[in-house]
Design a protein. Sequence first.
Length: 353
Amino acid sequence: MKYLKMSGVMGMSLLLAFAGACSNGNEGAKGGKAETVTAVDSSEKIDYGLFCNDDCKEALTLKASRDSIEGKVGVIVSGTFPYGAGTKRMSEEAVQKYFPKLDLIVGNGNSDPATQTSVVDDFISKNVDIIVIDLVEKDAVNPALERAKKAGIPVITIDRWTPVKVTSLIKAEDVAVGRTAGEKVVELLNGKGNVIELKGTAASTTSIDRNKGIEEAFTGHSDIKIVESTNGDFDQDKSLKITEDLLQRFPKGEIDAIVSHADVMTMGAIQAIRAAGREDEIVVVSVDAQQTALEAVKSGAIDATVAYPIVMPMGIIAAAKTLAGEPIPESIKLDSPLITKENVDTYDGKTGY
């Protein structure tokens, strides 16, 4: 009887523990959904992916055992577009594969700095040990980042930079990315033609820097002219409508190329080009290398795209190193190769979004 009574107590305790774990599987962050993910395995060797070069790997090599690193990591993505969705998924995978004692909470800025600010403040209230953030824009969220630092929470920025001094910034170099895209346009047009530039959101460092790089690439080529430079806000539907309107304004023979800051906008642009029957007259060069764009490169609908890597698992490893008390560089640069029909198979299915 004593054994049965003890078994009953133990069974009830296990049920209560299971229920408590289930009830804590999702946590709501103010202004944006946050999800808690608990790591389950660290047996796998770390795969840094195609874009973390030797310097990157050296900067992120852990001295501590992965099993020994504990803490709560708050990751905040900038939006729900493919890059943000890929960042969320890959950060969850990195924790689950490599860091059994890290807890991960993911919040979404929903492309709105006010929303992202509220998520940062919510993570401060949740006492996260470190924040990894892809900023919506470089200035508006800065006061919240300063509040996090004042609360003793290290901040790692990925994908986009901020004037705020952070523990580390990990990204590909967007000016160089824009320059590579622009140089490919010059090559494809043999140094002469009218170009439409589809930019991202006006205040994002991504858009600001890629625009700078494209303009640098066109410098010295007086016969290359940007006849329209407009913000598609990293939105496919908006970019479709913009391109439709521009193709009406500029009839056949007046547009030679479209250079786009992001594949998600490019997909809207090529939809409009196809509907207008102008595929053979307009060169298309893009940035990102999301899977739909790689398929478009294969088919010839996009002439080239510059890979812009999702900063995972690198962002999670940087967080783990920081929690372990190990130093990391203030800046870690990722590779951003040009992808064309000739080398697209190397990257097909491997870019994470």
